[in-house]
Design a protein around this ligand. Structure first.
Ligand code: ADP
Ligand code: MG
Length: 251
């Protein structure tokens, strides 16, 4: 088996008496979409935040690209290419689509070339920014203020930002939230293209999207991973059906 890009062992995080992460083991392999599903409050976002370094585990180890990053803060992890994608805070509503993506490219280049001071007309910024914008189908909208985009276009912009940052993993926490069925399908197509750039840890409630995208699924219930397997394995897992999927169907 290929060496995991992300390797989590024995992660525990408690909030008071509540176990949000209860001895979690999790691997993200090169090239895979690994979905993390589970009921509200299961601890999915808490796990993502610990991976990104936004909150620290009580116990356990997070290895990324072969290195123990458990003691590193979020900024240091982001520099290594381990950061949450789709952070609403990373979009500036006053800036155009192109300016937003150029800023992301600029941030990445600064990481690589310490003395590089790019100008906003610099082709080293505009070319990769326009390429990312084209990938998500927003070329016609590059001059529009991000604040004036539709909900679906804004999601597309967030993906362009994620692409421009060239992370080593995509950590996505409910990217489909608030999308209608049509928007969700088009976003699924865009996410499917991301897997060629870097492996994806996908937290998502939209089961249609999860079943379409995931190579593997892990199921988190009360902070514990109760099963990990292929889509078919998880769909047929009795414990998973009882704890989660059955409940979804009953809604
Ligand atoms: P999910 O993303 O699976 O819906 P979360 O990771 O957001 O779940 O939350 C898991 C549990 O931990 C929930 O019961 C939530 O209320 C609790 N929780 C999350 N963050 C905090 C916090 N900072 N302080 C106290 N409790 C928290
Ligand atoms: Mg959550």
């Amino acid at each position: 088996m290929a060496e995991p890009v992300l390797e989590i062992r024995g992660l525990c995080k408690q909030f008071g008496a509540l176990r949000a992460s209860d001895n979690v083991d999790f691997d993200l392999l090169p090239g895979e979409v690994h979905a993390l599903i589970g009921p509200n409050g299961a601890g999915k976002s808490t796990l993502i935040k610990q991976i990104a370094g936004e909150i620290m585990p009580d116990v356990g180890v997070i290895r990324f690209a072969g290195r123990d990053v458990t003691g590193l803060n979020a900024v240091a992890r982001a520099r290594m290419g381990l950061a949450r994608s789709f952070q609403v805070s990373s979009v500036c509503g006053e800036f155009t689509v192109l300016q937003n993506v150029m800023l992301a490219v600029q941030g990445r280049l600064r990481r690589s070339y310490r003395f590089f001071r790019p100008a906003l007309s610099d082709r080293r910024l505009t070319d990769p920014a326009r390429a990312a914008i084209a990938r998500v189908g927003l070329s016609q909208r590059e001059g529009v203020r991000a604040g004036d985009l539709s909900h679906g276009e804004r999601r597309a912009l967030e993906i362009a930002l994620a692409l421009a940052l060239k992370p080593k993993v995509f950590l996505l926490d409910e990217p489909m939230a608030g999308m209608g069925p049509e928007g969700a399908r088009s976003l699924t197509g865009l996410l499917d293209g991301l897997r060629h750039e870097a492996p994806i840890l996908l937290v998502e409630h939209d089961m249609e999207a999860v079943f379409a995208l995931a190579d593997r699924i892990s199921v988190l219930v009360y902070g514990r991973i109760i099963a990990t397997g292929t889509v078919a394995e998880i769909q047929n897992d009795a414990a998973v059906r009882a704890a989660y999927l059955g409940e979804e169907e009953a809604r």
